[in-house]
Design a protein around this ligand. Structure first.
Ligand code: FAD
Ligand code: UDP
Length: 378
């Protein structure tokens, strides 16, 4: 074995694929029973509808290198992601666009009129110098729209005061003064034609890649554990960075999700793939309806059944799957301390969403793995 990779998510698989293509022998371990990390999907047993097991995953990128790379393993459908949100029982389009603004204010503003209105409403804060999510949110869209669509959703999703959250989180969402309600601004977008798992399996399909599932790096009863391997073989570690160091610098805060899946005897539950729930009184943040991700599969999906998944958000304990780095000021201090510790490890390379404690989308995880391979490991 030339390289041990801990974690078979997109980061780990990209490194594995590149290393194998360069003639190296690689072993990938994952503590879950399947490959692919949070991007894993499988067909729901009774309906055959593809369900993203860890919440809806939409692929989008403007990075030509990443697009060329991923296109080696899958084609993409022409799915374009659009999200709607339910506020006080009324459905509005997201991200905040001219349609949202006009519906909210019961008006017919032109783009310039809407810009002028938001400018007046947003005067409290300058989004460029905003110190936290609340300031950036109000600076971008003004207090009334912020309070309706962002404040309570964010508080539900992050269970943290938006004043404590980094401003960048909200910069993920565009604000538009047209009726364009594409959720993403990226050049390329789509869903893998044969599903995520087929894509992930193709990346791992090489005779020099050995895959060991249900294998935990910290379980000393299995031979590829931390004690037995670090210093003996180069390691790429994509699990949580605080767990690697046994929480020596304290626990970083993570959010986890609980998913409640239901198969319903209706052909169409909500008419779209993702409906957000903006208000504090609704306990879940959003409902996914998976058949809408693949309209091109209409002839093989049932017309009288559908699969929905409600998403609930809460703080992760050590026993939960960590999904989102919360990234409060204390967390950022803790992360710096862990980065110092990481420098002292012999030939261990920390990567991915958990290993770097960063809110990485799939294209970012893949892009940073390609950089790590090209710049450090190759
Ligand atoms: P992961 O996919 O988390 O993989 C890490 C792997 O390491 C896991 O399989 C884990 O089991 C394994 N591991 C951890 N600890 C150990 C251990 N001790 N021993 C062995 N194995 C271990 N991105 C998008 O681009 N679009 C989206 O729409 C999108 N939606 C998302 C929705 C949700 C709910 C979440 C959580 C993420 C979403 N993402 C989305 C982000 C996407 O999931 C990540 O960018 C991608 O999965 C990152 O890959 P990774 O390899 O860094 O991490
Ligand atoms: N957000 C919000 N209201 C919404 C959708 C998003 O306030 O209806 C905010 C929220 O803070 C969220 C961030 O925008 O964390 C990014 O949203 P995105 O949909 O990109 O989050 P993800 O899909 O990663 O959970």
């Amino acid at each position: 074995m030339d390289l041990l990779i801990v974690g078979s998510g997109f980061f780990g698989l990209t490194i594995a694929e590149r290393a194998a293509a360069a003639g190296r022998k690689v072993t990938v371990i994952d503590r879950r029973h399947h490959i692919g990390g949070n991007a894993f999907s499988e067909d729901e047993a009774t309906t055959g509808i593809e369900v993203h097991r860890y919440g809806a995953h939409l692929f989008h990128t403007s990075n030509a290198t990443v697009w060329e790379y991923v296109s080696r393993f899958t084609t993409f459908t022409n799915y374009v992601h659009r999200v709607y949100t339910n506020h006080k029982g009324v459905v509005f389009p997201l991200p905040i666009n001219l349609g949202t603004i006009n519906q909210f204010f019961q008006a017919a503003y032109t783009p310039d009129e809407a810009r002028a209105l938001v400018h007046d409403l947003a005067g409290e804060f300058d989004p460029k110098t905003a110190q936290n999510l609340e300031e950036r949110g109000i600076g971008l869209i003004g207090r009334p729209l912020y309070e309706a669509f962002i404040r309570d959703y964010t508080a539900k999703q992050w269970q943290t005061d938006p004043k404590e959250l980094p401003a960048e989180i909200i910069s993920r969402l565009p604000v538009r003064y047209t009726y364009d309600n594409r959720y993403f601004n990226d050049t390329w977008e789509g869903l893998p034609t044969d599903g995520y798992t087929a894509w992930l399996e193709r990346m791992a399909d090489h005779p020099s890649i050995e895959m060991k599932l249900s294998t935990d790096f910290f379980d000393e009863s299995q031979p590829l554990n931390k004690k037995a391997t670090v210093g003996q073989v180069p390691v790429v570690y994509t699990g949580p960075v605080d767990r690697y160091f046994d929480y020596a610098e304290g626990e970083l805060s993570w959010r986890t999700l609980d998913f409640e899946e239901e198969v319903l005897d209706v052909g169409d539950f909500q008419g779209t793939s993702v409906m957000n729930y903006a208000d504090a009184g609704v306990p879940y943040t959003r409902i996914h309806e998976f058949k809408h991700f693949h309209p091109e599969r209409a002839d093989r999906y049932p017309t009288d059944k559908t699969v929905i998944m409600r998403e609930f958000s809460r703080f992760a304990t050590r026993d939960d799957e960590p999904y989102y780095p919360v990234n409060t000021p204390e967390d950022r201090a803790g992360l710096l301390a862990y980065r110092e510790l990481a420098k002292g490890e012999t030939d261990v390379h920390f990567g991915g969403r958990l290993g770097t404690y960063q809110y990485l989308d799939m294209h970012m995880a893949i892009g940073s793995a390609l950089s790590m391979w090209n710049n450090h490991l190759a």
